[in-house]
Write a protein that binds this ligand. Structure first.
Ligand SMILES: C[S@@+](CC[C@H](N)C(=O)[O-])C[C@H]1O[C@@H](n2cnc3c(N)ncnc32)[C@H](O)[C@@H]1O
Length: 429
């Protein structure tokens, strides 16, 4: 595999490409590199490669002319990648995809970046190595080179080591140990010295699952998981995991004050579906509680009859799962009563997060998730045409609407609740 590196600082690559495994890869002809400096394609005495940005602002921009000439001079550019924070994220699967190429060109930006017209005139793909800003694309290019080269056949010596590494199957790798068997009083795990390869493989799998669940639950979404893996993870109690987050999240379903379709503030009747479906969401995600408020006496009595049916009445015999779900329901007359009840239960006043399908909101799902990590959060959901303005005004925060960029986002309150709760807690958390 050949890498063309287009850089204003070719010397940056001197040692990284000549030592350790990359150096060996070059010696064995598995990988090769050529360095092209756009400065060599300048025509003025000062070899200018950058200029001030049109429109003003700080810093300099890499000019089109030297860079385009440098690119035009490449014999076999292959796939052209430009290192940039706004590019596609570098991942192990992207590295695998790139390892299939024969030629790759890496364009390293400097200063504030490259004149945009280069990106429009050449088939360049942006690649980012993370959500942070480097001085230049050289260090990022090295990350791409290293991650791709090690997947070139024969580069790593024994073929299977690349297959076991972190991210290969969507999991982080298990921990490693080597001699001595005891270090400062700490022995290596017994299982690794028992000689039973099946047990060792099982232990490693479990450690990989445990670590991934703890450090990078987000990547579990794409991991290849077996039913056994899921059974194992279900048994792991996680601090800061779904158990903690779920317990800190409370739901309030208000039937007043809400808006009717004419925009008037009103009180509405219960919907049996909302009672059932949100109770099931509450139970599924292990929430702190589901509070249903209505100021209407007859509706509260109806609700209590419903709850009684499923908790202590014939429903209990008919469907124990539903009894379980109904166990998280509490009744109230209004939001103030719910806040007081949650405060009593949690020992701390909850952060009140109102929801609305309209407006811009002032808090995002990740922020609510963060709050849920260390204090009670009460998510307030409205029935009818949504919560009355005074509820939104009095709340500590208003969540950004679901599908706020779409032309239509009129979801039922039970659908909206399920979506929000899943986004806040997520399966993998
Ligand atoms: C100082 S940075 C310019 C940052 C640019 N003004 C911005 O805010 O996106 C200079 C160069 O470093 C490289 N670079 C910086 N951070 C990077 C990252 N996270 N991934 C890939 N390349 C990066 C790019 O080539 C970029 O053009």
């Amino acid at each position: 595999m050949h890498f063309n590196i287009v850089t204003l600082f070719p010397e940056f690559f001197d040692s990284p490409l000549s030592c350790a495994m990359l150096g060996k890869g070059v010696e064995e002809d598995l990988v090769s590199f050529s360095l092209t400096n756009p400065r060599d394609y300048t025509e003025d005495n000062r070899h200018t490669v950058d200029d001030r940005p049109y429109g003003g602002g700080p810093g300099m921009v890499m000019m089109c002319d030297p860079l385009s000439k440098a690119l035009d001079g490449l014999k076999k550019p292959g796939r052209i990648l430009m290192l940039t924070p706004r590019g596609r994220q570098m991942t192990q699967s992207f590295a695998r995809e790139l390892a299939q190429e024969e030629n790759i060109t890496l364009v390293c930006g400097r200063y504030e970046g490259i004149d945009e017209r280069i990106l429009e005139q050449y088939p360049i793909e942006g690649v980012s190595v993370g959500d942070f800003v480097l001085n230049g694309g050289e260090a990022a290019a090295l990350c791409v080179i290293e991650s791709v080269s090690r997947l070139v056949p024969n580069f790593m010596g024994h073929e299977d080591s690349g297959d076991e590494e972190s991210f290969s199957h969507g999991l982080l790798e298990y921990p490693h140990y080597t001699r001595p068997a005891e270090f400062r009083g700490q022995a290596v795990p017994d299982v690794l010295t028992c000689g039973d390869h099946a047990r060792i493989a099982e232990w490693r799998r479990e450690k990989a699952l445990e670590l991934t669940l703890k450090q990078r639950p987000d990547i579990l979404e794409d991991a290849e998981l077996t039913v056994e893996d899921m059974h194992f993870m279900r048994k792991i109690r996680r601090s800061g995991g779904v158990e903690t987050l779920g317990k800190n999240l409370y739901l309030a379903l208000l039937h007043a004050p809400v808006l009717n379709k004419f925009g008037q503030t009103t009180a509405v009747s219960l919907t049996n579906f909302d009672v059932h479906d949100i109770a099931r969401v509450s139970r599924t995600y292990g929430l702190g509680g589901y509070y249903i408020a209505t100021p209407l006496e007859d509706q509260r009595r109806l609700l209590e009859r419903l709850i009684g049916h499923w908790l202590d009445g014939p429903g209990r015999q008919a469907n124990r799962d539903r009894t379980d779900a109904f166990g998280s329901i509490h009744t109230a007359t209004d939001l103030a009563e719910i806040v007081a009840a949650v405060e009593k239960k949690a020992g701390q006043r909850p952060v009140i997060v109102a929801t609305s399908a309209r407006g811009a909101g002032n808090v995002s799902i990740p922020t609510v998730r963060k709050w849920t990590g260390d204090r009670p959060v009460l998510l307030v959901m409205g029935t009818a045409s949504g919560l009355a303005p005074e509820v939104l005004e009095d709340a500590d925060a208003i969540l950004r609407p679901i599908r706020n960029l779409g032309p239509y986002n009129h979801l039922s309150v039970r659908s909206a609740t399920a979506i929000i709760v899943d986004r806040v807690l997520g399966d993998a958390y």
